[in-house]
Design a protein around this ligand. Structure first.
Ligand SMILES: Nc1ncnc2c1ncn2[C@@H]1O[C@H](COP(=O)(O)OP(=O)(O)OP(=O)(O)O)[C@@H](O)[C@H]1O
Ligand SMILES: [Mg+2]
Length: 352
């Protein structure tokens, strides 16, 4: 009896024993950020940017490229594609021939004359024909800095290619745009995004309800980084991820609640709408800007005549601008609700 209990205890201890190496691995695993863990390593793994990827792969085949400009919303694969492109073109030597700089850290002309020029003029390493400078957030550069960049791009084009990444191509001066092949990254489509996060959930052995996947896709609005990050934050609360957890952890109100707020106001119940607004802002911790963005999304789901939608969207634009400019968000949001009541009453909208 004693012997067997000792044996039992020892067996348990053996099972519980974790080597320092495994312990470190486990700690690393916990700390690991999924957007990095699941960042596509090769161009063919990038999701939902087929035309862009096809063209980039043709550069890999010829082992040459012009200056490139990647334009598009956040979290759609611009940095990822630039990294994958460099790895496929340079192979092992990619680290020596690729440098990533962020223009929003230093936006002025000095960085172009200093760091960027320094790297541009040094020779490629390991038999590569050129190096790549990936300039993230290039639209943050001042116009003076962009003018200086234009000269650097020309002067060292024999040994250096630029990939400029930006959210808005219109903020890049015309002479630079005309020196680059422009690639437009699109928001990732809902079905592509859903498949990708379903795959990540499977890899992480999570139990995620179908509605929760849909909620993640809704919250992310085409931004894959946001979808993956939100899944990780929700997963930190447990292995079961539900729709409620998604909306709570992402600080997003449920679309049906926002719709209820709008319908209540359009039906003339101002005070009730005001209470609903309070509830939304408090329970989800939303700021005025968050609320206005969600309201804007919800108009398209309302069953009202197009002309009313146009009026509401027009007003929402004005209110959003005022909030961003720093006016009192409470007053602005209530003014919007009051406007909804007025629109509802003049056109007699009752059944929505
Ligand atoms: N098209 C995609 N396919 C697969 N994963 C993606 C895609 N786009 C983004 N991701 C995921 O989101 C993370 C961030 O993407 P990335 O850095 O490429 O975004 P970005 O377009 O450069 O955004 P930003 O404009 O904010 O710099 C990646 O590490 C990856 O996990
Ligand atoms: Mg980026």
């Amino acid at each position: 009896m004693i012997a067997s209990s000792i044996q039992f205890g020892f067996g348990n201890l053996m099972q519980m024993y974790i080597s320092p190496k495994d312990f470190l691995e486990a700690m690393k695993e916990m700390r690991e950020i999924w957007i990095e863990k699941y960042r596509p390593k090769q161009l063919k793994e990038v999701i939902g940017q087929k035309e862009v990827i096809d063209r980039l792969q043709s550069y890999v085949r010829t082992k040459n490229l012009p200056h490139l400009m990647f334009a598009g919303p956040a979290g759609t694969g611009k940095t990822t594609s630039a990294l994958a492109l460099a790895k496929e073109i340079f192979g092992e030597a990619w680290r020596n021939n690729f440098v990533e700089m962020n223009a929003s850290d230093e936006r002025g002309i000095d960085v172009v004359r200093g760091k960027i020029k320094e790297f541009a003029r040094t020779s490629p390493i390991g038999g590569a024909g050129f190096k790549i400078i990936f300039l993230d957030e290039a639209d943050a550069l001042t116009s003076d800095a962009q003018a200086a960049l234009r000269r650097t791009m020309e002067k060292y084009s024999a040994i250096c290619r630029f990939i400029l990444s930006c959210n808005y191509s219109s903020k890049i001066i015309e002479p630079i745009q005309s020196r680059c092949a422009v690639f437009r990254f699109r928001p990732v489509r809902a079905e592509d995004m859903k498949k990708h996060i379903q795959w990540i959930a499977k890899m992480e052995k999570l139990e995620v309800s179908d509605e929760a996947f849909d909620a993640l896709v809704h919250v992310a609005s085409g931004d894959m980084r946001k979808a993956v990050n939100s899944l990780q934050v929700a997963a930190a609360l447990g292995d079961k991820v539900t729709i409620d957890i998604i909306y709570q952890t992402t600080g997003t109100a449920r679309p049906e609640e926002v719709k209820r707020l709008l319908v209540t106001a359009l039906s003339g119940n101002f005070l009730e709408a005001r209470n609903l607004l309070d509830e939304l802002m408090i329970s989800y911790g939303l700021s005025g800007e968050d609320v206005i963005k969600q309201i804007h999304k919800s108009f398209f789901e309302l069953n009202i005549p197009d002309i009313e939608k146009v009026k509401l969207i027009d007003k929402t634009g004005e209110v959003e601008f005022r909030i961003v400019e720093g006016s009192n968000e409470r007053i602005q949001l209530e003014a919007l609700l009051a406007y909804l009541v007025l629109v509802g009453s003049t056109t007699g909208t009752r059944k929505i």
